[in-house]
Design a protein around this ligand. Structure first.
Ligand code: NDP
Ligand code: KAL
Length: 257
């Protein structure tokens, strides 16, 4: 493939380990010639990331701490990125969180606190990071977030996260309007189920995986590399006419009744 992102500075948020969707995205972006900047929350994620980079011979331009629950942390992180990289050409938002006890049973039983936590980390954070990143996106560029079908339909157990993803997808559209005048595009990838650290242990996950193999037009699982390549497309100039869009990378599962 041609170097679609040669010399472009791309910030990737949300690598926790080698199974992370953000790590699949990293591989695609690296192969397309991007300079990569990473943000992490937990120290353990930083250590895993450093090992992965070393093992794969990838050199990060910068690795900074960023807890998206905290405005000051976001401000500091992007200030440091701006100071070191000068210009940001792209941003990958691949973070979400809800308490496990809210990811089962009735959505009606969601606590106020649990609702706010899911919205805060999984949806509001996209607006917050867009606000800080756009200051340095002086040549335009792309922002891509990760969503799931549970935003559009009732998927058992996804509950509070489905409502947060609905807010995230609406945010993609409102943010696309805000930053479009600066030549910045905002899009989402809606991936089918992929076994990651987040997905592990949440009830109903295995059933969701097997139904894709049975019912999706392509009758196969989705993997991190497929999401990585779709994210690369959305960040690249090939998608220069695309903004405010939710692109399903789910073997076509969402079109089937
Ligand atoms: P991972 O567990 O690999 O990644 C989740 C990431 O979220 C971690 O890196 C974690 O960082 C980060 N995170 C959580 N809270 C915060 C916070 N307050 N500040 C900063 N970072 C935070 O799981 P996935 O790769 O599966 O998830 C990535 C995205 O993909 C999520 O938005 C998820 O909803 C979405 N998605 C996943 C699907 C799947 O089947 N796996 C399907 C469709 C969408 P740390 O560990 O350092 O806290
Ligand atoms: C219907 C599906 C089955 C699973 C239901 C809910 C999945 C919710 C995703 C959400 C991101 C999971 C968590 O927040 C897990 C968290 O409570 C506990 N895990 C952690 O804290 C780990 C250590 C860290 C790394 O995780 C985070 N997030 O920080 C949905 C399936 C089919 C598709 C999925 C998994 C979608 C999705 O959004 O991830």
């Amino acid at each position: 493939m041609t170097a679609l992102l040669k010399d472009k500075n791309i910030v990737v948020m949300g690598v926790a380990n080698n199974r992370s969707i953000a790590w699949g995205i990293t591989r695609s972006l690296y192969n397309a010639g991007a300079n990569l900047i990473f943000t992490y929350r937990q120290e353990r994620s930083k250590q895993k990331l450093e090992k992965l980079l070393e093992k794969n011979g990838i050199e990060a331009k910068l690795i900074v701490s960023c807890d998206v629950e905290n405005d000051e942390s976001i401000k500091q992180a992007f200030q440091e990125v701006g100071d070191q990289a000068d210009i940001i050409h792209g941003l990958v938002h691949s973070v979400a969180f809800a308490n496990t006890d809210e990811l089962k049973g009735d959505y009606a039983d969601t606590s106020r606190e649990g609702y706010l936590t899911a919205q805060n980390i999984s949806a509001y954070s996209l607006a917050a990071v867009t606000r800080e990143a756009r200051k340095f996106m002086t040549e335009g560029g792309g922002i891509v977030t990760q969503t799931y079908l549970g935003a559009e339909r009732v998927v058992p157990n996804y509950n509070v996260m489905g409502v947060a993803k609905a807010a995230l997808e609406a945010s993609v559209r409102y943010l696309a309007e805000d930053v479009g005048k600066d030549g910045i595009r905002v899009n989402a990838v809606s991936a089918g189920p992929i076994r990651t650290l987040s997905a592990k242990g949440v009830s109903g996950f295995n059933d969701k995986m097997s139904v894709v193999e049975e019912k999706a037009p392509l009758r196969r699982q989705v993997d991190q590399d497929q999401v990585g390549d779709a994210t690369l497309f959305l960040l690249s100039d090939l998608a220069r006419g695309v903004t405010g869009e939710v692109l399903h990378v789910d073997s076509g599962f969402h079109i089937v009744a």
